[in-house]
Design a protein around this ligand. Structure first.
Ligand code: SF4
Length: 444
């Protein structure tokens, strides 16, 4: 039997990954890219790349602090970009947004007045009716202040997502985001006071020193708020202490994988026993919560408008964004360059998505959902069978025990073990070209 891939290889939240994007020498005009696209159910995503601290586990595109009125300049640029994108969408066909989200970074790093401005940009420039569509906003314990939350609630937020990571102070310190539990609880109280219908809490497992017992403390503390959604994230940066003392790095990796799998199973079972259903490896939803929000399903259709220097946009044939980096200095210079940009009418960096890549993306995104992929939907969209298109891959998944043998007819669904190995399975479906581009990407 082929050895099973390691369970934590990469979190496939978007395919192809940004490290497979490249500069587009022809700099295509947005108006041409969007000309033939359906525009009646677009998604808007605005990216705010600022945080008050840099969490030790974070590899998102964000910087610490915003000196010299940088947030003002950033919002000025966002406004210019929004105007250019809206113009490119044209009015030949109706333009309508079905969902909106502000992410980061930490959108609530912005002041209340700046959040008002961000909502104005979404509404007045882009034409999003924020009070009529689901609007999801990310926040953090320190920035979830009453005045900011009041703006978001008043402007139509339907979901507030807070990164708590751990309610255990020693673990928060170990994950390099020191915070007091009392402050976290107070922030959660302020979020609940807004009456925004969906609260999501993010937690992390795999932190140095975390045990089943301490993991349960965090799970129970989160459950006490009866959040409509909970995300359980595996930590991706191997702790240097503890496991770092093992002489053999491969043995340390194996041990850490096992530890994370144990904590994952513990967390999953605990939530399932407390009235939650599993939506994907990371996501759990309270079974008696209202109807699903915008983040509850993998968006299979294209039509994503990203605003801000870390946001992606998707047409059916091209995914594009701005330059990408993980190194702090590079991130700062990309943000500075974004704030100085006057011409937002062209796509600068991206990757074409052809028929093969679109099939991979569809399979990836639906297979990683606990409910599985309706085979007929795939066949109808692509005119071919997933078993013909991905025969060897699916045979391998079956061999690993990752496919549910008891799935209803017509549904391709992961087994509980398959779901547990989502981050090992996802990369198995990357195309050779995307793999090569990702491998050739020089981490900056
Ligand atoms: S608050 Fe979120 S985006 Fe900012 S550094 Fe921490 S994990 Fe990353």
């Amino acid at each position: 039997m082929t050895p099973t891939p390691r369970p934590y290889r990469s979190y496939v939240y978007a395919y192809p990954h940004k490290t497979a994007y490249r500069a587009l020498p022809e700099r295509p005009e947005l108006a041409a890219l969007w000309a033939g696209e359906p525009k009646d159910a677009l998604s808007l995503y605005a990216h705010i790349p600022f945080c008050e601290v840099r969490c030790g586990f974070c590899n998102l595109f964000t910087r610490i602090g915003a000196p010299d009125e940088l947030t003002t300049r950033y919002l000025d640029a966002l406004d210019r970009q929004a105007a250019a994108v809206r113009e490119a969408l044209g009015d030949a066909a109706p333009v309508r947004f079905a969902t909106a989200a502000f992410g980061g970074g930490t959108p609530t790093f912005l002041t209340a007045a700046e959040l008002e401005r961000l909502c104005d940009i979404a509404e007045k420039r882009m034409g999003v009716d924020l009070r009529a569509v689901p609007l999801s906003v990310e926040t953090s314990p320190a920035t979830a202040t009453a005045d900011r939350l009041a703006v978001l609630a008043e402007r139509g937020a339907t979901r507030l997502s807070i990164g708590v990571q751990s309610f255990v102070e020693a673990e928060a310190r170990a994950a390099v985001r020191p915070q007091h539990r009392a402050d976290v609880e107070a922030a959660l109280g302020r979020i609940r006071d807004t009456g925004v219908p969906v609260l999501n809490i993010d937690l992390i497992y795999g932190i140095d020193g975390q045990t089943e017992r301490s993991w349960r403390v965090s799970l129970d503390a989160a459950l006490a708020w009866r959040p409509e959604e909970l995300y359980l994230y595996p930590l991706y940066v191997r702790p240097l202490t503890g496991l770092g003392r093992l002489q053999d790095p491969a043995a340390a990796d194996r041990e850490w994988d096992e530890r994370r799998l144990r904590l994952y199973r513990y967390g999953r079972d605990h939530l399932l026993a407390h009235g939650y259903e599993q939506v994907s490896m990371r996501m759990f939803r309270r079974t008696d919560a209202g109807p699903a929000g915008p983040d509850d399903y993998a968006c299979q259709t294209d039509g994503m408008i990203g605003l801000g220097c870390g946001a992606r946009s998707y047409t059916s044939a091209l995914h594009y964004s701005f330059d990408y980096a993980v190194d702090m200095r590079e991130i700062r210079s990309i943000i500075d360059a974004y704030t100085e940009t006057e011409d937002f009418s062209r796509a600068e960096v991206g990757r074409a998505v052809d028929g093969d890549e679109a099939r991979r993306r569809h399979l990836l995104q639906s297979l990683l959902q606990a409910e599985g992929m309706p085979v007929a939907e795939y066949e109808e969209r692509f005119g071919s069978s997933p078993f013909a298109d991905f025969g060897p891959e699916l045979a391998r998944f079956e061999e690993y025990g990752w496919l549910a043998a008891d799935a209803p007819a017509g549904l391709l669904r992961l087994s509980p073990e398959g779901l547990a190995h989502s981050d090992g399975l996802g990369p198995e479906l990357f195309s050779p070209a995307v793999r090569a581009a990702m491998a050739a990407y020089e981490a900056r």
